[in-house]
Ligand binder design. Structure first.
Ligand code: ZN
Length: 393
């Protein structure tokens, strides 16, 4: 959180106009005062001077500066940056067609997060893009991997269950092999495949241990691009239950169908293996609302990742493509970044049981999931403007 003292100082010295020194030279922008008396900067003019963009849709104003997205909630003093919801001194102001950003954005937020690029001189009321000289010449090339990805991505792999929680018993697995073993085997292979593709990996577990459901998501916070939980499906004994086979990928939301609700219930039941206090400590009130906002923020990304995993698995898996689904998995609600859960097949089906426990097909699945993740990250880079090298816009 930003220092209040700095904020007060900035507000006290809010000038009549702001000078922006960007790639295109110097721009003078008038400062206005909103009905509550707070100093405001017209967003379109500011972003034009900075070479960024601003759009308003639904409840959000989306601002991109130096390829970094800031989202401002309309009507509330909140913004999202790097997946974190942050307080604002005062809300953005939308009057007729004009969107105004709090002066705090210029005086404090930009220099704080993008300090290498933007300096604000309060005395001169001058915001300067200090990188612009470098941009004019050869822009520093973004480091890229042979597959086109930027370096520095991190994905969290969560092999489901573990320790005293065996997951499903693995009806058609070789004797003694349970869900927790298969998720770990594929998880470790997926780690190898991702590393070979230049993607950093964090594991929630690398041995036969129990990690509380409520802790797993905590492995994927600010510096993590995607959370991937691996599981094996199973059905309760009833007529024809061994015939159902195939793979499906979930992203977090209310369960849409009865079957999705069943899978979510089954995977959430791991809580019963956890010792007392770790089991679901839910803080109420604002915390919950803020968390909910962050989740919505990632919903589209999570859905996209799930789609890609299905698409790639389809090319290697011998079972049925059961599609992308939504359900309320606890392990996904605690992740603060886009998150998916892959049910790699049914241990209650003989063919799937063989497929899931063969070393060769485990490797093929891991490679397919890794390919999907790379494609997801590449899409994401393109969308957030990281896709073009050294652009001097
Ligand atoms: Zn499971």
């Amino acid at each position: 959180m930003l220092a209040t003292v700095a904020l007060l100082a900035a507000l006290a010295s809010a000038p009549d106009q702001l000078i922006v020194v960007g790639a295109g030279g110097e721009t003078k922008i008038p400062i206005r005062v909103d009905p509550a008396g707070a100093p405001m900067v017209p967003a379109a003019q500011l972003l034009a001077a900075l070479g960024g963009t601003v759009t308003v849709a639904d409840a959000w104003a989306d601002v991109t500066v130096a390829r970094q997205p800031f989202r401002f909630l309309l009507g509330a003093p909140l913004y999202v940056f790097s997946s974190q919801l942050q307080p604002l001194a005062n809300p953005v102001w939308l009057t007729r067609d004009t969107l105004y950003l709090p002066f705090q954005f210029v005086a404090e937020i930009l220099p704080y997060y993008l300090g290498e690029r933007y300096r604000y001189d309060a005395r001169a009321a001058r915001l300067e893009d200090v990188s612009r000289k470098g941009v004019a010449k050869a822009a520093k090339p973004v480091e890229r991997l042979p597959n086109g990805l930027r370096t520095g991505h991190v994905v969290t792999i969560d092999p489901g269950h573990g320790g005293v929680d065996p997951g499903n018993p693995g009806t058609y697995f070789p004797r003694g092999v349970r869900e927790k073993d298969v998720t770990l085997q594929v998880g470790v292979l997926l780690r190898e495949e991702l590393r070979q593709r230049g993607v950093g990996v964090r594991m929630t577990r690398t041995s036969d241990t129990l990690i509380a459901l409520s802790d797993r998501g905590g492995f994927c916070t600010a510096a993590c691009d995607l959370f991937v939980s691996l599981h094996v499906n199973s059905l309760a004994r009833r007529r024809g239950y061994t015939e159902v086979r195939g793979f499906e990928t979930f992203f977090l939301a209310e369960a849409r169908t009865e079957d999705a609700a069943r899978v979510a219930k089954m995977e959430n039941e791991a809580v019963r293996f956890e010792a007392g206090e770790s089991a679901a400590t839910m803080t109420g009130g604002l915390d919950f609302i803020l968390k909910d906002l962050q989740l919505n923020e990632h919903l589209r990304e999570s859905a996209r990742a799930a789609e890609l995993v299905q698409k790639k698995l389809r090319t290697v898996h011998t079972g049925e493509d059961r599609g992308v689904k939504q359900a309320g998995f606890m392990v996904l609600t605690t992740a603060r970044r886009p998150a998916i859960l892959v049910e790699m097949g049914y241990s209650t089906n003989p063919q799937d049981g063989r497929y899931l426990t063969s070393r060769r097909s485990q490797r093929t699945m891991a490679a397919a999931i890794a390919d999907a993740i790379v494609e997801y990250l590449r899409d994401y880079e393109r969308k957030t403007g990281g896709g073009d090298v050294g652009g001097g816009r």
